[in-house]
Design a protein around this ligand. Structure first.
Ligand SMILES: [Zn+2]
Ligand SMILES: [Zn+2]
Length: 649
């Protein structure tokens, strides 16, 4: 091969010869005009590159095209959109300092150092200016520069200089220019600003530089971008739907819970309607655990600090624990418990254990306390007092598989009942770990076995386990396709060591048990928050705070209506009477807004015939009439079966 050509490999293993110095854009053009027009970047030896970057001899090249279903293509577009955003902000606010501007899941952001927060009107102006930048269709020009030159180029941008100082000596420093805007950036970008057509700025929020509360507050602008207007609109609709379902908004509207300034951030007050949901979830999981051989325990919410030293929590976890408490003149300090494991371990160790009493399954559904940073608190999703459906299983190594299987089976029942699809991830041994390879081999094999048996698709996160044991993570999808991190089933070889747990085996010798930490809901706060969004506040009948509301047509029917309420309550249904002096249509509207599954209208006709006129939530048929008995039977069956729909007849 002569010096003037290079050969590159395509994904189908064919080799293409090109003049030396050719770029991926040249390659795309050589393959065909269609590909050339669609190309926006390239994967070169597995790394994303600008289309215009020269190729090296022997490179494996895959052209990335304008596609909304290719995460790499979107990554490049959104990253470029962040530059367009900064270009526009610098035009409108020439003095704005610039921080980071990365693509993120579903979009991008850019951080600016400006005197005042951006208002919605600012965002509109910036968006309009971005359109101008797109219209000019400047190229994104890459240039590699020396450290000295970079320092000069960004001498007025202290945040960029700070970043520059962290780039290792041996690393190439590149800058990108589009029109007047220059950024320190590794790239890659789409070839020209004109590619960033379908974008939207979403909101602005304060963000500490590098997420560090001790550094200055910057103003972060979030946005998103797609290759097609259709995909953008679809995404915006999904966002709108998510806003409609926001559990903080619904929590207020449906009077479920509040967070009170006088009590403190991250601390939840459940109002009666929200408490009913808590109670139902709790009764449900308690029943499920009971039938699976769990024992319930209760342990103190405070304990001596020394306990958490012994468990290792204080060393590894202190920043997430509430500060220590010590009475005047007391030798011992106390802590609120961040976890139940140490106390459960002590219960296990309170007397000698025989292999015959294993597995020992302890469950505690109660609150623990975590001092989450106030900036990370979010409605019910991240709180400081958490009600966990916590459980610890102590078993022999031989019992691990069966115990994991049982826990996964429980997960399956909970997810299926709530109409949530889910997937499982097995995280295996990390490099740094305790315990012998033999122990890990056995544990991981047991987990694989259990996962195979449960028959749900699972992924393997090699090396993703904790240093003290492998785990299974549960991720589930809600009604609008968002994925949530669910519960975890975690094996632990560490705590039994630290607390010197033992059981006497059939050989009459002491052995060390395996400990399994598991939660199914995780925390009731977070799980309820997710369920509010999943059901958009319209809970299945069994979980609905109010299952039935009875509305007398006039005052004259109130007594008869009250008798029906009594009848429903006797049957175990959560029923209420709405005999307020407001019009019937107002009361119907109110019941609908509160997402009550069944509104029963009671007038002369119904009282005479012993029937009720039922309005079923979300049903097409506006109203159906049925005998009271039949209504009670049908709804009771819905509740018993934990049916997802409220449909009758
Ligand atoms: Zn960039
Ligand atoms: Zn635990």
């Amino acid at each position: 091969m002569s010096q003037e050509t290079i050969a590159v490999l395509l994904p189908d293993e064919t080799s293409v010869e090109l003049p030396a110095g050719s770029s991926s854009a040249d390659l795309a053009a050589a393959i065909g005009p269609g590909l050339s027009r669609a190309a926006i970047a390239a994967r070169v030896d597995g790394e994303l590159h600008d289309l215009g970057r020269p190729l090296e001899q022997g490179a494996r090249v895959e052209i990335v095209t304008r596609r909304d279903d290719d995460p790499d293509a979107l990554f490049v577009l959104r990253h470029s959109a962040a530059h367009v955003l900064a270009t526009a902000v610098r035009q409108l606010h020439p003095g704005a300092g610039i921080g980071f501007g990365p693509p993120i899941e579903d979009g991008f952001y850019y951080d600016f150092d400006v005197a005042e927060p951006f208002t919605p009107e600012d965002l509109e102006r910036i968006e309009a200016t971005m359109l101008d930048v797109v219209e000019t269709d400047d190229g994104f020009e890459r240039r590699e520069v020396s450290r000295e030159e970079a320092e000069e180029l960004f001498e007025d941008d202290p945040l960029k200089l700070e970043r520059l100082g962290e780039i290792p000596e041996e690393e190439t420093i590149s800058v990108y220019r589009d029109g007047p805007f220059l950024d320190l950036c590794r790239g890659p970008h789409v070839p020209r600003t004109g590619e960033v057509r379908h974008f939207k700025l979403l909101h602005a929020a304060g963000a500490y530089w590098r997420g560090d509360e001790k550094r200055q507050m910057l103003q972060r602008i979030y946005g998103t971008a797609f290759y097609s207007e259709e995909a953008l609109q679809e995404h915006l609709e999904r966002l709108e739907e998510a806003r409609r379902r926001d559990h903080r908004k619904l929590g207020r509207e449906l009077d479920l819970f509040s967070i009170q300034k006088d009590i403190g951030p991250g601390l939840i007050c459940w109002h009666p309607r929200g408490a009913r949901i808590q109670l139902e979830l709790r009764r449900w999981i308690e029943r499920l655990l009971e039938t699976r051989g769990y024992e319930f325990v209760y342990t103190p919410h405070v304990s001596r600090e020394a306990l958490f030293e012994r468990s290792g929590h204080l060393q590894a976890y202190e920043e997430n624990m509430f500060p220590s408490m010590r009475g005047e003149g007391d030798k011992e300090a106390y802590r609120l418990k961040p976890m139940n494991c140490p106390a459960h371990t002590l219960i296990y160790a309170s007397r000698q254990r025989s292999y015959r009493e294993l597995p020992l399954r302890l469950s505690e559904i109660d609150s623990v306390y975590r001092f989450e940073r106030s900036g990370t608190l979010h409605g019910l999703l991240r709180v400081r007092m958490l009600t966990m459906d916590d459980g610890h299983i102590f078993c022999t190594p031989d019992q691990v598989e069966e115990e994991i299987f049982t826990a996964l089976d429980l997960v399956d029942e909970v997810m299926t009942t709530l109409g949530l699809s889910y997937r499982l991830d097995l995280a295996t041994r990390p490099e740094k770990r305790i315990g012998s390879d033999d122990v890990w081999d056995r544990a991981e094999a047991s987990l694989h076995e259990a996962l195979e048996r449960i028959g749900v698709e699972y992924g393997v996160d090699e090396g993703g386990g904790a240093f003290y044991g492998p785990k299974v993570d549960i991720k589930f999808r809600d009604a609008i396709g968002r994925e949530w991190q669910g519960a975890t089933i975690q094996l632990d070889f560490n705590l039994p060591e630290r607390f010197e747990l033992e059981y006497i085996g059939p050989d009459n010798a002491p052995h060390r048990p395996v400990m399994i930490h598991r939660a199914i809901f995780g925390t009731l706060e977070r799980f309820t928050g997710v369920l509010i969004e999943h059901f958009a506040g319209a809970f299945p009948v069994w979980l609905s705070p109010d299952q039935v509301r009875v509305l007398p047509v006039t005052d004259g029917h109130a007594e008869g209506a009250a008798a029906i309420v009594a009848r429903l309550r006797e049957a175990g249904l959560r029923a209420g009477l709405d005999a307020r002096s407001d019009t019937l249509s107002y009361r119907i509207r109110d019941g609908e807004l509160m997402k009550v599954p069944y509104l029963l209208v009671v007038g002369d006709r119904e009282l005479e015939a012993g029937t009720v006129a039922v309005r079923v939530r979300g049903a097409e048929q506006k109203q159906l009439t049925m005998p009271v008995d039949e209504f009670v039977t049908e709804v009771s069956e819905k509740v018993r079966a934990k049916a997802l729909d409220a449909h009758l007849g």
